[in-house]
Design a protein around this ligand. Sequence first.
Ligand SMILES: [Zn+2]
Length: 481
Amino acid sequence: MPGRRLSHSIIHLACWMLWFLLTGSALAVQNRPTAFVHANLIPMTSAAVLPDHTVVVEGGRITAVGPSGTTGIPANTKVVDCRGAFLMPGLADMHMHLRYGWTSDAWPVSPLQLYLANGVTTIRCFGPRGKTGRYGLTWRKEIDAGRLDGPTILTCGPMLRGHFSENPEHIVIRQKYQRFDFLKIYSFVSLDEYREIMSTAKRLDFYTVGHIPFQVGLDRVLAEGMDEIAHIEELAWEASSMDRQRYFESEGEWMAYAIQTTFGQFGPLLELPAHQQEQQIDGRVIALVEKLKKRPIPVCTTMVIDDLIVQKLTDPGGFLEKPENRYLPERYLEGFRKGQEKHQLQFKGGEAFAPFKYLLDKRLLKALKAADIPLLLATDAGTGMMGAVPGFSLHDELGILVDNGFTAYEALAAGTVVASGIVKRMKGQDDFGTIVPGKRADLVLLEQNPLEDVANVRRIRGVMAAGRWYDRRAIAQMLDG
Ligand SMILES: [Zn+2]
């Protein structure tokens, strides 16, 4: 029955064309070249803005960059007129957490979309929750194939917390075999376990990121050659002397101890005027940073968490009124209203320590920057536990870096070109963070120059993630949920 077969294929073709027209499918866009023309280009290879430039994208990659007058555009190209706007690389949140619930109703809008809508095109998960944590790898495949909207995902497996019920060597080997991008080591790993983890990781050429486990300490972390430190805050705990042999059952117990001990030691400083507090802190900070200078190890900033802690404890009403908090899980906000939120509990009775801890982290940030330690833009968002809204909080982090002595270019570099260089160490591939031919097409089109005011990263006209273009309307739809 050839006639029926023919009508079948015509129906099939018609359906396909209808689908193509209605969805304006991401895949279809990816297959057609895109050219951004007449842009003020911020390639992030230097602090320069290149006026009237064209960027051509094909197959998810940047294929040409040059002055609009001399840069050719292939036939059948979708053209985005960028007159008056600024085109920069997409941002990376270098320390965040994936949660399985992201794609459920627990979040009003999936953080995968919140990231995209905020110009964040790379996210690096520092510990998925769940037994295997492999959903991050699945999402990555789905996003790469154009079946799911989201940034490029890098992820470790379940973090190595300590208190192991199996040989840590086996966990390291298994996670490497499961193709996770790196290992995350947590605070409760003992010294023996730490040595075993590190030697196995080195043998397998597996990148290691971690807290500074309290039994291990900074000196041994540096000696064992850990590749990266997960928070500036980790160094703050090093500035106080604690009983390193204590056993902790839970994170809550450990944090309470760390806060109380550090607060106890630094408490008398709170009586001093601000500049004297800074002097005293700097005296302790210098010694720590000197150690890192001898073996420069990248550190994730995650300063926005300090900022949030202070806000949550001192101005809870103001915190609840932040417009972007409507994207947090209702369960979190409910807990906060009841005073049962993570930091409300951790700092109970030690609220005065929160602004001091923030000051300590700020002095560390300044000293690390002055010592040329690579600093990575990061928020620790995504858990739905701390009030950091995915995507939005990365813009806050940029503002905090600028408030603490970074130029706008330096702050943006921490989330683009510097981040990409560290991912190259991790994966052997330098794939994003600058606008040059060959890189993944991760781009953000902004209304105003972010090098003049870093807050301009919030004024987004469009985002391209791995060659897929989301215009203003698509972004508004994502944020509407
Ligand atoms: Zn984290």
